[in-house]
Design a protein. Structure first.
Length: 139
């Protein structure tokens, strides 16, 4: 299923409800560039944008966003919701898409809001991937 970049509304045109106080926004989380973790194999995730559910493959993740590959191209500034499973539970978060990485044929995104429960699950996931990467280097 392919979406044209124009089929998704830019961030400025979205009518989003204010986030509850328990939600930490991207700006509050990222005072510096968060370390990226390369996934050992692409990890499945789902993005819902403009009423459509699209499967993507996570290539990189951090506490502030990630890089995903899919057959769809999202316009810079378009928003959606990403959902993916981890050993600690499901992570669900609003995301904004950044300019497409043509070299890797992938779409970077940043988290717009990350509730504390999702933040904990994401952090645990990143810790596990880092630990596995360290073990692979030793072996």
């Amino acid at each position: 299923m392919a979406l044209s970049p124009m089929s998704l509304q830019p961030l400025a045109e979205q009518h989003l409800l204010p986030a509850p106080e328990s939600v930490r926004t991207y700006a509050m989380i990222a005072s510096h560039r968060s370390p990226r973790v390369e996934m050992p194999i692409p990890h499945p995730a789902w993005i819902t944008a403009n009423g459509r559910r699209i499967q993507v493959w996570l290539l990189k993740l951090s506490m502030t966003g990630g890089l995903a590959r899919s057959e769809c191209h999202f316009a810079e500034g378009a928003v959606g919701e990403i959902v993916f499973d981890t050993d600690s539970g499901t992570v669900r978060c609003a995301v904004a898409f950044l300019p497409r990485d043509l070299k890797r044929d992938a779409q970077p995104f940043r988290f717009l809001s990350l509730e504390e429960s999702n933040q904990g699950r994401l952090r645990a996931c990143l810790d596990i991937v880092r630990a596995h990467a360290a073990l692979r280097r030793v072996v």
